[in-house]
Design a protein around this ligand. Structure first.
Ligand code: GLY
Length: 373
């Protein structure tokens, strides 16, 4: 089946997002037109290196010199200063030039790390995103957010740096661990919650099939998600306004991820799922959102196997004060105030910097104690 092509219009940094199910076998046809030099370096992790030979042979057959770096260790722990330094050293040791293109082959960790390395090596190398997880295909590979985590929190060091191309091949989702797939699904659902109630409803009907392997449903969901993301990024590349809506569930989710240590205890999308529930829960408490919409969100998350609350994750160190403190170190804090994404209902999200602290504390406290609004 032919690829869907979504252009992301950013002036001289515009690029295409290609969505299909046999893109990697034809990688050269898509990539060569955006290469500045007949040289590319593929960076993958232990899970995604399996796709490198397909890309490598396609590019080699087209006369491109391709290096493959030793695969990085899969997992969020790889997105740190130590791995960035090692990657930069490896690239410089291979004598990259300003036209050498990096190919980020993997999920959000690889895309964010390689994109950030691309932004700093020789003051900027071109790079291509080949996202292989649902989360990366619908969110992190599109829009140019790159970076690493630090001890202070997630993605606190990074750059806006756009790729030259995004190749989202939904076939790669077939080897994805089911829990990772579900985690990415939270980001898909997010687009419905933000401003597309029809998509939310479509997901209520087709979400199960999508997770069970229906390739057409996957293509449709990735396409709809990327279309929404491209529209938002084209209008607000550097997040001075509406792009912050894409953080629905993330302000709360990042706190939970930090408390859980960025590991298997809680995956990013699982944290976002709980965070979206908390955002709607707070909206209900503030009298902004019908309680039925929160119920509907919780019901769908439960049907697809995503968490809806903190449950057994917490330990004795967790408190409302710790959570508020972590929220305050979010990079979207402005003049000391956190920007929240709230909702007037499913598909009606908006930004607010005026959340009454008492309601916020009560919601966090109830959510720590497992009490639902
Ligand atoms: N993941 C949110 C954004 O790209 O803005």
């Amino acid at each position: 089946m032919t690829a869907e092509i979504l252009p992301l219009d950013l002036g001289d940094r515009s690029y295409d997002i290609l969505i299909g199910d046999s893109l990697l076998t034809n990688a050269a046809a898509h990539m060569v037109p955006v290469l500045a030099q007949k040289r590319a370096i593929i960076v993958a992790d232990g899970n995604t290196a399996q796709y490198a030979p397909t890309i490598q042979s396609s590019l080699s057959a087209a006369g491109i010199a391709v290096d493959l770096l030793p695969p990085l260790e899969p997992g969020e722990g790889t997105k740190d200063f130590a791995h960035l330094m090692k990657l930069v050293d490896d690239l410089l040791a291979r004598r990259v030039e300003r036209g050498t293109t990096l190919v980020a082959l993997g999920g959000g960790v690889i895309g964010d790390l390689v994109g950030f390395a691309a932004s700093v090596v020789l003051r900027g190398l071109p790079f291509i995103q080949v996202p292989t997880t649902l989360l990366a295909q619908v969110d992190s590979s599109v829009g140019g957010k790159t970076g690493i985590n630090t001890d202070q929190g997630k993605n606190l060091v990074g750059a806006f740096y756009q790729p030259r191309l995004v190749l989202a091949d939904v076939k790669t989702l077939e080897t994805l661990d089911p829990r990772q797939l579900r985690s990415g699904y939270a980001e898909v659902l997010k687009y419905g919650l933000i401003d597309d109630p029809d998509f939310f409803q479509w997901l209520e009907i087709h979400g199960g099939a999508l997770l069970d392997g229906d390739r057409a449903a996957r293509r449709q969901a990735v396409l709809t998600s990327c279309r929404a993301k491209a529209r938002v990024v084209a209008a607000d590349e550097r997040e001075s306004g509406q792009r912050a809506l894409l953080n629905l569930g993330h302000t709360f989710g990042h706190v939970l991820e930090k408390l859980c240590g960025y590991g298997d205890r809680l995956l990013h999308g699982e944290a976002v799922a709980v965070g979206m529930v908390q955002a709607l829960d707070l909206s209900v408490r503030l009298g902004l959102c019908p309680a039925d919409d929160l119920t509907r969100l919780r019901r769908h998350l439960t049907v697809v196997g995503l968490p809806t609350g903190i449950g057994n994750l917490k330990d004795s160190s967790w408190s409302v004060e710790t959570m508020l403190d972590l929220m305050a170190s979010d990079k979207k804090v402005q003049d000391g105030r956190v920007t929240f994404v709230l909702a007037r209902g499913i598909g009606q999200s908006f930004l607010s910097r005026d959340v009454p602290i008492d309601s916020l504390k009560q919601m966090l406290s109830d959510s720590l104690n497992g009490d639902q609004s």
